[in-house]
Design a protein around this ligand. Structure first.
Ligand code: HEC
Ligand code: HEC
Length: 362
């Protein structure tokens, strides 16, 4: 059997996810959605399948790889049959061998259980889904992400989780709604995803699926999300800022890539994207009732780093209130992290510029 190596042409930088269709001997041999960065891996797998077909069915046929971006209609076709290049790399390698103990911390920091734990039972790590999550667009019924092979994600591979969390793309190639906060998770480091994947697989399988989302037209159309992502999904990694200390850099990563504090605490524009001028400056609660407070120094000027750590550990504010609503669950997650992580988060939040609460100022 001949081995081929395909080299993918450079994709335009605005392409965040792409679809790889492998056609060999006139048959559709593989369909892989992938992160652009992971493309070499996805290509490796698709090639392996294509090569197999190639060898089995049509020794003379060339292998064609087509990369399309379904939003822009971009199509890149690569046709090449090169010399033997060694076995294709296993695309799951990158996500094997993770550390489940650390993955548990990623799950806590990322607050997955706040949305995915089955409601009405005490075990936060039974991720059977079913929570009805309100939003300005309708109600999302959070899916089962337990390792159940039929109702959960037990049959997924690590790269499927990476595509879901970092690109908002499902294994069958459709777009997820940004109610799954991939706008934050897109900045997650691959090694954290690998550990998260290792931990998810240790959790109990839970049977049962959530009902479909209850959304009015046109929000039922997932294709439109592709356009939204093009405008608002930034997948660039968060690089450490050498002018800041290690705690601040750790705090920024935890807040922006995992804990997604800005998703609740910021105002949004008409297209539902966070406005940078109102980042952390408070917002109406997306579930419909109440207001999420401004947490920039504008609103909490006298709070020390220790005060913020106390809120994240016990829920108690310096003025002796106890935070409630959706923040209570955030505290449950944060309290289970190492104390140094809570300090890091507090240091980063305190370093934000003071921003006026929209509607209450100017
Ligand atoms: C704010 C609520 C929320 C949080 C937090 C959240 N999710 Fe989700 N998640 C959702 C919703 C809603 C969907 C369904 C999205 C859709 O249908 O487009 C979803 C979908 C998913 C899916 C796809 C499941 C499938 O069957 O296709 C996976 C996997 C997933 N989430 C994993 C995670 C992990 C891991 C975390 C933590 C790092 C997490 N989610 C955090 C709300 C959330
Ligand atoms: C799921 C939405 C949500 C997320 C995510 C979230 N918060 Fe909150 N937060 C709230 C709500 C709602 C309140 C108001 C609670 C109340 O007053 O009872 C709040 C209150 C607070 C307060 C108290 C402010 C005051 O003036 O009383 C602080 C501090 C805070 N959040 C920090 C954070 C940090 C730091 C993160 C990220 C680690 C975060 N929040 C993530 C919803 C959220």
């Amino acid at each position: 059997m001949a081995l081929v190596e395909l080299l993918l042409p450079a994709l335009p930088s605005h392409v965040r996810t792409a679809r790889l269709v492998v056609v060999a001997a006139g048959r559709r041999a593989g369909l892989v959605d992938g992160l652009v960065d992971e493309f070499r891996l996805a290509v490796g797998e698709a090639c392996a399948r294509a090569v197999q077909l190639h060898a089995e069915h049509a020794p003379d046929e060339r292998v064609r790889v087509t990369v399309t971006d379904d939003v822009l209609g971009l199509t890149v076709t690569v046709t090449d049959v090169g010399p033997a290049a060694g076995p294709a790399k296993d695309p799951t390698d990158l996500f094997e061998g993770g550390d489940p103990a650390h993955g548990r911390q990623v799950l806590l920091a990322g607050q997955c259980a706040s949305c995915h734990a089955s409601p009405g039972q005490g075990d936060r790590m039974r991720l059977g889904g079913g929570l009805a999550l309100g939003s300005p667009f309708g109600t999302f019924n959070v899916p089962n992400i337990s390792p159940d092979p039929r109702d959960g994600i037990g049959s997924w591979r690590g790269i499927d989780l990476a595509n879901a969390l970092m690109s908002g793309v499902s294994p069958d190639g459709s777009h997820y709604y940004p109610s799954l906060p991939y706008v934050a998770y897109a900045h997650m480091r691959p090694e954290d995803l690998r550990d998260l994947w290792a931990y998810l697989r240790t959790l109990p399988p839970v049977a049962g699926q959530a009902p479909p989302h209850d959304l009015p037209f046109p929000f039922t159309i997932r294709r439109g999300i592709g356009f939204w992502k093009l405008l608002f999904l930034d997948r660039s990694p968060i690089a450490d800022d050498p002018a800041r200390d290690a705690a601040w850099n750790r705090g920024r990563y935890l807040v922006e890539a995992q804990a997604h504090c800005a998703e609740c605490h910021s105002g949004r524009n008409i297209l539902y994207a966070v406005k940078s001028s109102q980042r952390f400056a408070g917002a109406p609660d997306q579930e419909g009732t109440g207001h999420v407070p401004n947490i920039t120094p504008q609103a909490i000027p006298g709070w020390s780093e220790d005060d913020l750590v106390t809120v994240l550990t016990t829920g108690r504010t310096p003025d002796l209130r106890t935070v409630g609503g959706s923040m209570a669950d955030v505290v449950t997650n944060m309290a289970a992290l190492p104390e140094s992580d809570r300090h890091a988060i507090a240091a980063y939040i305190r370093s934000q510029p003071a921003r006026p609460t929209p509607g209450l100022s100017d």
